[in-house]
Write a protein that binds this ligand. Structure first.
Ligand code: F6R
Length: 620
């Protein structure tokens, strides 16, 4: 949440900062701002609202200079307003900074600084950091340190960081030391891009694309100083540390919308390819199993596992629930999916033979990261199923599996879900084949999986039918989503998609549970979306569906092709191809993604930037 950019080099900083902010806007869009230093003057431009508004402001009030910082905000402390927008200056005007994270002891620090006469302009926790750096800087200057000596700036920054409790990614400029840009990280990601006589700073690699592929990831408790020709990274207790430059791969490249009006739609349509990428190089036909390069666990260790915990948040948790069903069915290993925010605090009794997998698109979700750290602290092997290469969870986990889905920019997760399910299916196969699963069963599994990209492409043909359904029901205020077995997580995911981008209240339930309470909600204005393709629980779901119809509730069914029986019972049918039950989530989730998208459009919602949300939830 919140996006940070920084630049020091030879080009006009404001162009690069605005370009970077546009690409980071999915992390928060309450306000945007930049600060540039030139001739020992700090120029700040910021305003409430989108980056587009900031661009207009800078067109009419340009800033000069080749060193600067920028920020796009997801408000935590203080309402989204011009004054609460970042960057924030200290009172003396010597220090300016941008921040991602939460300073938990900001009240105490603010009270102390106020006693020294410091006046605050905003109601943010961030301004406290700027004021505190300014206060320490003043102390160092008064005791004889030169304001233009980088060591003085390091010292003021270090003294401040030592007082902070909470999380931060910071980009900081000092007016009197104008050739340098400082960064500091604790709990909020930061990456440095290394160019030719220029350095970039960013919350993730998306703003670097097209400028450089060489990056340095900062670790927690690192601070960095960037000059046009130099970089120095210091770690809290160790001092200056070696800087390891890594090269990011091609897959981070495609962040353009192309012919699509929204990232969400583009990403829905990318799913045949993203599922193919999740499988690429991982299907071993000779042994009828899967192969994974980065698990960092040998066969003996994997055979000893007698319990698996999958931990995640939101959509990734829903994929985890599909994973639980897959692993238990095919590998017969008891598996639970745990909300990361619960796992981290509840002291779950994990044993030496428990393996933990954290599932995360971004690799930066604060709760998932904390759960990973907690499990590792207790000595449990913790692996990641992650999309974002080089993200914090990917780097901190003991090993893992990348999704290779390419960047997911739409705030509502779509292709990451189907890629996670694909990888979890491969994992179930892999673990199953090490145990009792026969060669023949493994072969059939692989064959079914291999057909999925094509079947998902065919599923997308339901888009017109979905549009019709959306038109008919877009003004309803409540929806129920119901499914059984593998389609229960799909019902949860469908309800989440609708809630988050169209702001309609929706509940996902196992179809049979509806009788135990939610059926009281059913009336002629509350559609029930039944996920009911052909399979072992088909008859049971049809009975549940009839129970809703008997009470006058409209029913929309996601059903197999040419399912006349369902067509005769329900108000609307959206057809999906027949696929084996264990892979149904890969097709049944698609019309639900499209339905949420179409309903949101009809209701005039901002599909890629739903209110109150941001991609990458980096606060607890
Ligand atoms: C919903 C959505 C969120 C994320 C959740 C976890 O569309 O995107 O529910 O799934 O915040 O994010 P990751 O997977 O990045 O850990």
């Amino acid at each position: 949440m919140c996006g940070i950019v920084g630049y020091v080099g030879h080009r006009p900083a404001s162009d690069l900062l605005l370009d970077g902010l546009s690409r980071l806007e999915y992390r928060g869009y309450d306000s945007a701002g930049i600060a540039v230093v030139e001739d020992r003057e700090i120029a700040v431009r910021k305003r409430r609202g989108r980056v587009a508004g900031l661009i207009e402001l800078i067109e009419s009030h340009p800033v000069e200079g080749s060193i600067g910082i920028g920020h796009t905000r997801w408000a935590t402390h203080g309402d989204p307003s011009d004054v609460n927008s970042h960057p924030h200056l200290d009172e003396s005007g010597r220090v300016v900074l941008v921040h991602n994270g939460v300073i938990e002891n900001h009240d105490r620090l603010k009270a102390r600084l106020s006693e020294t006469g410091c006046g605050f302009r905003s109601s943010t926790d961030t301004e406290v950091v700027a004021q505190l750096i300014g206060w320490h800087l003043e102390q160092f200057i008064e005791s004889g340190h030169a304001a233009d000596d980088p060591e003085t700036c390091w010292s003021a920054l270090r003294a401040t960081l030592d007082e902070l409790e909470g999380t931060y990614g910071l980009g900081v400029l000092f007016r009197d030391c104008p050739g340098h840009l400082w960064a500091a990280r604790c709990g909020s990601p930061l990456v440095i891009g290394v160019g030719e006589q220029e350095y970039f700073l960013a919350s993730d690699t998306s703003p670097l694309i097209g400028y450089t592929r060489d990056v340095v990831y900062l670790d927690d408790h690192d601070t960095a100083r960037l000059g046009r020709d130099e970089i120095e990274v210091r770690h809290r207790d160790v001092g200056t540390r070696d800087v390891a430059v890594q090269t990011i791969q091609d897959e981070a490249v495609d962040v353009e919308l192309g012919e699509f009006p929204h990232y969400m739609l583009k990403e829905i349509y990318e799913q045949p390819d993203s599922i193919r990428s999740a499988m690429r190089g991982r299907m071993d036909g000779d042994d009828a199993t899967a192969v994974f390069g980065g698990l960092n666990a040998d066969a003996g260790e994997l055979r000893r596992i007698d319990r698996i915990v999958l931990t995640a948040c939101g959509t990734s948790w829903h994929a985890g629930l599909v994973g639980e069903y897959l692993i238990e069915e095919f590998a017969r290993i008891p598996t639970e999916v745990e909300y990361a925010s619960e796992l981290r605090y509840r002291n779950a009794p994990l044993t030496d033979t428990t393996m933990v997998f954290a599932i995360t698109q971004s690799g930066e979700t604060a709760d998932t990261l904390a759960a990973v750290r907690e499990c590792r602290r207790k000595g449990h092997k913790t692996l990641a199923i992650c999309n974002t290469v080089g993200s914090t969870i990917a780097r901190e986990a003991d090993g893992g599996i990348y999704l290779h889905a390419g960047p997911e920019i739409g705030v509502a997760s779509t292709k990451a879900f189907t890629s996670q399910v694909t990888v979890l299916a491969l994992l179930a196969l892999y673990l199953g084949r090490m145990r009792h699963m026969s060669f023949r069963a493994g072969e059939a599994f692989l064959e079914s999986l291999e057909a999925m990209p094509e079947l998902v492409a065919r599923t997308l043909e339901c888009h017109d039918a979905v549009r019709e359904v959306a038109r008919r029901f877009a003004d309803c205020g409540n929806f129920l989503y119901l499914g059984r077995q593998y389609n229960f997580p799909v019902a949860l995911e469908g309800a989440l998609k609708l809630k988050e981008i169209s702001y309609i209240h929706a509940e996902g339930y196992p179809a049979a549970e509806m009788k135990h309470g939610p059926i009281a909600l059913v009336d002629e204005r509350t559609p029930s979306v039944f996920v009911t393709p052909r399979g072992g629980v088909y008859e049971k779901v049809v009975s549940n569906l009839e129970e809703i119809k008997a009470r006058g509730g409209p029913v929309i069914a996601i059903a197999g092709p040419d399912d006349e029986r369902i067509a005769g019972l329900v108000d609307e049918v959206i057809p999906v191809p027949d696929v084996p039950e264990f892979l149904q989530p890969l097709v049944t989730s698609i019309p639900l993604q499209l339905l949420a998208y179409e309903v949101a459009l009809l209701r005039g919602c901002d599909v890629d930037r739903p209110r109150n949300l941001a991609k990458s939830v980096t606060v607890e």
